[in-house]
Design a protein around this ligand. Structure first.
Ligand code: ATP
Length: 398
């Protein structure tokens, strides 16, 4: 997709909200637009699906100039998800998701199948959720339905305007992880707006850092922006703790996820008790019948609870998926007194654990790599400086 010289001048205002923006976004990549409040991010995004008509400039999708085509027809090719989900309150979840396929005239049976497929894709049980009204969903569930609706007609392009802005930080982390997982499967061209740089690093294949009037300060990969910000404006945005932010660039799947002794709740208590007293382990992770992490059970817990599983152990508060960042994993590990977090798969099932030691080793490696890079950078700067001085002394420059 190409944006060419896109400009929006709202009537009555002297300066343009978006001024002459050109951007090339590759098919299947996620580009995050990040910048301060009022810099024109939403305006830029809404010009792509022509919720706002550009004052000038062009938009091309798959080499087709879509600037002039009927806006309603255009929007069927472009999914759109916004903050607070934008669901219609008087329609059920199923009706909300079915909206675009219905407008496109899909047969009833395919629409129903698609609704169920989409709910499943965003991790909501179709039987439980399709008949509900949006007000009976949590904020995170509403956002999931919003994403399901945006994807329903299988558009090649997906626009997302701060879609996770209105949910609590833990839910936001989970929704971000799910978007990453979805994107592995779907490979849509996504343009995502946020003012949260950490979110941009986590989600973007490339990030466009915007300043006033959506002028592009830097358009590059998260790694390049973190290690080599183009100017003071970008460094200001990257902010302090760049090394820690690099934790956002490494995923749980990149470190050692190890096995942990497990048992399921329906196993005989005696067997679990034997496991703990055999001396090979001090702790067992208890899984529910669907193999999801349920409780941490230590030696002694069973005795305290008089052999009853219902009363023994500590509930598992937080889990991470393999797509979660090391920062999320570190947070989960640090808030858990046991110093480890369970890693789960697509349906919440247990796949292993990551512990504090693994994470600390990884942090050290990242910091070492950063230090090395900084030393090399300084070295090449001083070499260049020395060359210039030498050239000046020899009168080689004017
Ligand atoms: N309908 C409108 N009429 C006139 N001016 C507008 C209109 N919508 C937005 N603006 C102005 O255009 C500029 C860019 O607004 P926009 O909402 O695109 O910014 P943004 O970067 O998305 O901001 P935020 O992060 O706060 O949502 C702002 O100065 C805003 O006041």
């Amino acid at each position: 997709m190409r944006l060419e010289g896109l400009t929006k001048r709202y009537s009555g205002s002297g300066t343009p909200a978006v001024d002459d923006v050109s951007l090339e976004i590759k098919a299947g990549e996620t580009v995050v637009l990040v910048g301060p409040s009022g810099c024109g991010k939403s305006t830029l995004l809404k010009m792509i699906n022509r919720l706002i008509e550009p004052t000038s400039g062009r938009i091309r999708i798959d080499d087709e100039d879509v600037t002039g085509i009927d806006a309603v027809r255009l929007r069927r090719k472009i999914g759109y998800a916004i903050q607070s989900s934008g669901l219609f309150p008087h329609m059920t979840v199923a009706q909300n998701i079915a909206q675009v396929p219905r407008m496109l005239g899909w047969p009833k049976a395919s629409i129903q199948a698609r609704v169920e497929e989409m709910l499943d894709l965003v991790g909501l049980d179709p039987a439980e959720f399709q008949g509900r009204y949006p007000r009976r969903l949590s904020g995170g569930q509403q956002q999931r339905v919003g994403v399901a609706r945006a994807l329903a007609a299988d558009p090649p392009v997906l626009l997302m305007d701060e879609p996770f802005g209105a949910v609590d930080p833990i839910t936001r982390d989970h929704l971000q992880d799910e978007l990453i997982r979805l994107q592995h499967e779907l490979r849509k061209t996504i343009v995502f707006v946020t003012h949260d740089f950490d979110e941009a690093i986590k989600l973007g294949d490339r990030i466009a850092v915007l300043r006033e009037h959506s002028h592009i300060a830097q358009f590059d990969t998260p790694e390049a922006i973190l290690t080599n910000p183009a100017d003071d404006f970008v460094s200001g945005f990257v902010g302090a703790g760049a090394a820690l932010k690099r934790l956002n660039l490494t995923r749980v799947r990149d470190v050692d996820v190890v096995d942990f002794p497990t048992a399921t709740v329906d196993e005989p208590v005696e067997r679990i008790s034997e496991m703990l007293s055999a001396g090979t382990t001090n702790e067992v992770l208890l899984l529910d019948p669907k193999q999801r992490p349920y409780k941490w059970l230590r030696r002694g817990d069973l005795a305290h609870a008089k052999g009853s599983l219902a009363r023994a152990g500590t509930l598992v508060h937080d889990t991470v998926t393999r797509d979660a960042t090391l920062r999320d994993a570190l947070e989960a590990v640090l808030t858990d007194s046991g110093g480890r977090v369970a890693v789960t798969g697509r349906r919440g099932e247990y796949t292993g654990v990551v512990d504090l030691e693994t994470l600390m080793n990884c942090v050290h490696e990242l910091l070492d790599a950063d230090r090395l890079e900084a030393i090399e950078h300084r070295h090449s700067l001083s070499e260049a400086e020395a060359k210039r001085t030498y050239a000046a002394q020899e009168g080689l420059t004017s």
